[in-house]
Design a protein around this ligand. Structure first.
Ligand code: NDP
Ligand code: 8X3
Length: 249
């Protein structure tokens, strides 16, 4: 039975991926900050599989390393790491951007991903086996107006994904990115700091990707024969052609 650690399992893409993996009987390590959500998910999924909670903020490197090192024996050999935790904070021209928002995006989307990876990669190297899936974005492939630092963080994920694959080559570890376009999750609520009207507008007038669509793709990626590594996969809603070209009703 494979063991998967999913960061950002409390919501959206990470939550859907967790549910999909649990239904496929993967052992699950659930990560996130909102403990009540993690506990609720664990209760729901424990009928399907073994579930363990790691409650940490990916920005807190002591906690990341300490909690991953303290995993019980049953969960210690992590086969699949889904580096998913992240968000956009704000959508402003660079000259009006908030430094706190910039710090949050770079600390969570980039440095947090690195901390979690650094804690898990040594075990994968020892076992000469593992699969790392980095959740990038179309924002990691092109820059759009006012996206500046969020796009930079996702371009960094794209570079880290390539760098991991190059440096880990020869260790039997698969590394690849899944880069979604517009996906209807809590992403825009976070970006617009709880302004739900503004958040809802992002997904109006077209059918956005649903988190289950991305979970389905991640499941496809991890269930390929071991010699097949999907290195970089970009997926958009049919109505989306680029970050700025979206055909709406
Ligand atoms: P959600 O807001 O629904 O989920 C974000 C998840 O990240 C939550 O589970 C949240 O958990 C977790 N998270 C955020 N900050 C931290 C932190 N500091 N420490 C630990 N966990 C954290 O958004 P999505 O599901 O849409 O986003 C998931 C990933 O997908 C992100 O990397 C995002 O950039 C990417 N993405 C999203 C797209 C979209 O259109 N929605 C498109 C392309 C990529 P908690 O708050 O409990 O800690
Ligand atoms: C999320 C997609 O276009 O809102 O990464 O940046 S977008």
């Amino acid at each position: 039975m494979k063991t998967a650690l999913i960061t950002g399992a409390t919501s959206g893409i990470g939550k859907s991926t967790t549910i999909r993996f649990a239904l496929e009987r993967f052992k699950i390590i659930l990560c996130g900050r909102r403990l009540e959500r993690l506990e609720q998910l664990k209760n729901e999924l424990s009928v399907e599989t073994s579930v363990h909670i790691l409650n940490f903020d990916v920005r807190n490197k002591e906690d990341v390393f300490g909690k991953i090192a303290s995993l019980p024996e049953e969960f210690r050999e992590i086969d699949i790491l889904v580096n998913n935790a992240g968000n956009a904070h704000g959508l402003n021209p660079i000259q009006e951007g908030s430094i706190d928002d910039w710090d949050a995006m770079l600390d969570i989307n980039v440095k947090g991903l690195l901390y979690v990876s650094k804690a898990i990669i040594p075990g994968m190297i020892d076992r000469q086996s593992g699969h790392i899936i980095n959740i990038g974005s179309t924002a990691g492939k092109e820059v759009y107006p006012n996206g500046n630092v969020y796009c930079a963080s996702k371009h960094a994920v794209d570079a880290i994904n390539q760098g991991m694959r190059i440096d880990l080559n020869g260790n039997g570890i698969r590394v690849g990115a899944v880069n979604p376009g517009l996906t209807q999750t809590e992403f825009s609520d976070v970006r617009f700091k709880g302004d739900s009207d503004r958040a809802e507008k992002v997904y109006q007038g077209f059918k956005a990707l649903q988190p289950e669509d991305i979970a389905d793709i991640i499941h496809f990626v991890v269930t390929r024969p071991y010699h097949v590594n999907i290195a970089d996969l970009t997926v958009m809603p049919t109505a989306q052609a680029s970050s700025t070209i979206i055909s709406k009703d």
